[in-house]
Design a protein around this ligand. Structure first.
Ligand SMILES: Nc1ncnc2c1ncn2[C@@H]1O[C@H](COP(=O)(O)OP(=O)(O)OP(=O)(O)O)[C@@H](O)[C@H]1O
Ligand SMILES: O=C(O)C1=C[C@@H](O)[C@@H](O)[C@H](O)C1
Ligand SMILES: [Mg+2]
Length: 177
């Protein structure tokens, strides 16, 4: 493939952006970047520590700085943190930089995938399923602005990886034309 536009994976927490993204990058020969990991490395702190010490607003600034300060203009797969793409204007910024694919799942499915993990500060509440439902309802219309929306529910990781790769090849052929 000659044309390798950047691919940004967006979507709610637990839809598989990091897990799927790493495998798609490997298969497509793209450099894998995870915004959460990049911010943790730059800060020398975990995301729960950043939220606890500096607050969510500061974390959102870090996400913006990550998008602005960057990575190469081509050849990267960026798995975005779940809230990165829903900041005002951010979907347009990402769509100006490359292809944007949204990974989708239901609130129930997301809950099942995230419930045993304590590294997502926004879900450390008494009723995480209700919180997921509330946040998802707000964010879903924004995730749907992506070039391509891919359902992950009832599909294995490798099925989703295959689907993302096929869609990337199709869309990359049209990119910039
Ligand atoms: N299609 C799938 N089927 C079953 N489990 C999956 C699927 N995709 C991802 N998972 C699992 O769901 C969990 C969350 O996945 P992952 O961390 O990749 O989500 P994420 O979208 O990067 O979340 P975040 O926005 O919080 O970074 C992992 O345990 C992963 O193995
Ligand atoms: O959806 C969100 O707002 C978040 C998703 C994660 O990837 C992390 O960026 C953090 O836990 C916040
Ligand atoms: Mg992730």
């Amino acid at each position: 493939m000659n044309n390798k536009p950047n691919l940004y994976l967006v979507g709610f927490m637990g839809t598989g952006k990091s897990t799927v993204g790493r495998q798609v990058a490997q298969r497509m020969g793209l450099e894998f970047i995870d915004s959460d990991h990049a911010i943790e490395a730059a800060q020398g702190k975990s995301i729960p520590e950043i939220f606890a010490e500096k607050g969510e607003a500061a974390f959102r600034e870090m996400e913006r700085a990550f998008v602005d300060s960057g990575h190469a203009r081509e050849g990267c797969l960026v798995s975005c943190g779940g809230g990165l793409s829903v900041q005002p204007g951010m979907m347009d910024v990402l769509k100006g930089k490359g292809l944007v694919f949204s990974l989708m799942a239901t609130a129930k499915g997301i809950y099942e995938r995230t419930r045993h993990n304590s590294n997502r500060p926004l879900l450390q509440v008494e009723d995480p399923l209700a919180e997921i439902e509330k946040l998802l309802a707000k964010r879903d219309p924004i995730y749907r602005e992506a070039h391509c929306c891919i359902l992950t529910e009832g599909r294995t990781v490798s099925e989703v990886v295959g689907h993302v790769c096929r869609s990337y090849k199709l869309e990359a052929g049209q990119w910039g034309r």
